[in-house]
Structure formats: structure tokens, C-alpha cells
Ligand binder design. Structure first.
Ligand code: SF4
Ligand code: SF4
Length: 163
């Protein structure tokens, strides 16, 4: 039997500016608002979806050590200006107009900096899961669920909406 780890959920420890990690504004696929625009866009979600810097999705890609590249952003802006069809839909990517990260997730245990979802999997399905339950507050994964009632209800890891 395979013992799955947290990479199955695309767990990502924070890099760069921790406060903005895993949010669109820190993603190399984000195209910031042009002059006169209120919202930005995402090159893989196409030119019709408005995307704010505080949104997120499961396809987040951090910039490298050199930080944001104006050349890359410019090329992505040009692609969008052509009216590029989207490569993914918000449903496919798990797009959320919400601030994410572990410390805003209902599975986060602040006292131990642990993830109770990962602990649940280890306990309930030990034949398949051996997940490191220690997580960093500014990390994130695709199993994120809003900790507050005000935040939008995301899809959970197996694709059903949280009730
Ligand atoms: S929607 Fe996803 S892929 Fe697009 S900019 Fe935001 S985090 Fe990156
Ligand atoms: S606390 Fe939430 S976002 Fe963080 S690893 Fe656990 S399920 Fe993923």
C-alpha cells in the first residue's frame, strides 16, 4: 500500500512574503490591474474572469528568488489582450475570492501549529496515509476550508461543497 503524504494535497510551505503567499498577487500567473482597471486577471483563467490580488486557487505558482518579472507579466498581459480562451475554469482550479493560508483554515490547530485534517487521515486510514501534521501558519494546501462563517464556502478535497 502507498502511504500518501501531504504532497497529495499540494501542501506548500511559504516562500517570499509570508503575508501574501498563496494569494494571486504573489502568483506568477497573475496580471495586475492596468491603469483605470479595478481588478486584475489570471493568464490561465482567461480574459473574462476578474481576479483580485487577495484571491487564490490550487494552481498557485510562486515567483522564483528574483521576484516578479515585468517581462513575464507583460507577456501574460499581451496574451490576455488577444482574448485568450481560458485554460481552466474556476471550478477546475478551486478558485476562491478569499484569503487562504493555514492560519485561516478550520483544520489549523494554533496551539500546536498542527493540521487536524492530516491527523484525521492518519488515524482513520493508516494503511494509506502517513502525513506530517505539523504545518506552518502561512503555508497552504488544496484541502483548505474557511475557518470563519463569513468566508466563502470552498469545495473540499474530494470535490463536494462544505455544508
Ligand atoms: S487564480 Fe490561481 S493561477 Fe491564477 S493568479 Fe490566482 S493563484 Fe495564480
Ligand atoms: S491547516 Fe488547512 S490549509 Fe493548512 S495544511 Fe491543513 S488542511 Fe491544508
Amino acid at each position: 500500500m502507498t502511504n500518501y503524504g501531504r504532497d497529495l494535497f499540494l501542501y506548500m510551505p511559504p516562500t517570499g512574503d509570508e503575508a501574501s503567499f498563496a494569494q494571486c498577487g504573489a502568483c506568477r500567473l497573475f496580471v495586475p490591474p492596468a491603469k483605470g482597471e479595478k481588478s486584475g486577471h489570471c493568464v490561465i483563467h482567461g480574459s473574462t474572469l476578474k481576479v483580485d490580488a487577495d484571491a487564490s486557487c490550487g494552481l498557485f505558482v510562486a515567483w522564483g528568488d528574483d521576484g516578479p518579472s515585468e517581462a513575464v507579466i507583460g507577456a501574460n498581459r499581451e496574451e490576455l489582450a488577444k482574448g485568450d480562451p481560458k485554460a481552466v475554469t474556476p471550478q477546475e482550479s478551486g478558485f476562491l475570492a478569499a484569503k487562504v493560508q493555514c492560519h485561516r483554515c478550520k483544520h489549523f490547530e494554533a496551539k500546536t501549529s498542527g493540521c487536524d485534517f492530516f491527523a484525521f487521515l492518519n488515524k482513520q486510514v493508516p494503511s494509506n496515509f502517513k502525513v506530517d501534521t505539523r504545518v506552518e501558519p502561512h503555508a497552504c494546501c488544496n484541502a483548505w476550508v474557511a475557518a470563519t462563517r463569513k468566508a466563502p464556502k470552498p469545495r473540499n478535497w474530494y470535490g463536494k461543497k462544505e455544508s
